[in-house]
Write a protein that binds this ligand. Structure first.
Ligand code: CAA
Length: 281
């Protein structure tokens, strides 16, 4: 029975994942190496819960209850007793592999280790652990408290039991799952990132302004935000990292990242989180 969940990484995705597990009654241990990141995450979770309560989406009492279920720690051994862990650190393969090696040694036998990776092979992550049958992909969408989907990725070695238990968790969070095999970009990013990259090419080639590209896609295809605004929302560094995973994984020219995206990331313009991307925040 899963009652305690560990979340690794207190960034944009990690705070949302901790938020929803705690909201639905799980005890959450939130780990990050940086105390300032943990403080910022708890503050963001508090603000997002307040926003949900003000809109009447959750009862007022659930705000404090949810926050009370989250413990923050800078010490990975604090995750030893969790039943299920979700890793949500930066989209960087060596870093994730290193974390899974450590996690596997720390967390109790039998616990499931999930990664929120948006593109790195689950099979490879599983292979560095001593429990490859209990490793799975659990890819949440941003903003986590709002988005209904969780993409669940079965690695080559993921067991039916691990898959079934993960599916139960998704349902407990009142989310829907889409199941993907373990190939670069899975489902959502396989389709989304080439669309965003193509929008960046349209800007790079001077076809239209950022505003008109976004207006075209927003009003012309009923998307809640245009692809360039969405890129800023996801983070341009993350968009580039995923584009490179598709490009390297398929060795197909059609996935090459637009040079403008590369240049913006080199300049440190990573979208909303840095205050500047295709728009200024
Ligand atoms: N926590 C809790 N609630 C939140 C929230 C958060 N972080 N962010 C927004 N909300 C709530 C708001 O309170 C509001 O609630 P009501 O409907 O009850 O009023 C609702 O969500 C809509 O928010 P806003 O009114 O502030 O703004 P909006 O209508 O412009 O919607 C949006 C904002 C939800 C982000 C919407 O623009 C949207 O859906 N955008 C697309 C998001 C998307 O595509 N995400 C996937 C990105 S891809 C990804 O994550 C995977 C990857 O690997 C890259």
């Amino acid at each position: 029975m899963i009652t305690t969940v560990g979340v690794l990484g207190a960034g944009q995705m990690g705070n949302g994942i901790a938020h929803v597990f705690a909201q639905y009654g799980y005890k959450v241990v939130l780990f990050d190496i940086a105390q300032v990141q943990l403080d910022k995450a708890l503050k963001t979770i508090g603000q997002n819960l307040d926003r949900q309560a003000k809109k009447g989406a959750i009862p007022e009492t659930l705000v404090e209850e949810t926050l009370g279920r989250i413990t923050a720690t800078q010490d990975m051994t604090g995750l030893a007793d969790v039943d299920f862990a979700v890793e949500a650190v930066t989209e960087n393969e060596p870093l994730k592999l290193d974390i899974f090696r450590k996690l596997d040694r720390i967390i109790k036998e039998g616990a499931i280790l999930a990664s929120n990776t948006s593109s790195i092979p689950i099979t490879k992550i599983a292979s560095v652990t001593g429990r490859p049958d209990r490793v799975i992909g659990m890819h949440f969408m941003n903003p986590v408290p709002v988005m209904k989907l969780v993409e669940v990725i079965r690695g080559h070695t993921t067991s039916d039991d691990t898959f079934a238990r993960t599916g139960v968790l998704v349902a407990k969070l009142e989310k829907e799952m889409a199941v993907s095999q373990d190939y670069p970009g899975f489902i959502v990013n396989r389709v989304l990132i080439p669309m965003i990259n193509e929008a960046i090419f349209a800007l790079y080639e001077g076809i239209a302004s950022a505003e008109d590209i976004d207006k075209g896609m927003k009003l012309g295809t009923n998307q809640p935000m245009g692809p360039l605004a969405l890129a800023d929302f996801i983070g341009l560094d993350t968009v580039l990292a995923i584009a490179n995973v598709l490009y390297d994984g398929f060795k197909d020219q059609k996935y090459r990242p637009c040079p403008l995206l590369v240049k913006m990331v080199n300049a440190g313009d990573s979208g909303r989180k840095s205050g500047r991307g295709f728009y200024t925040y």
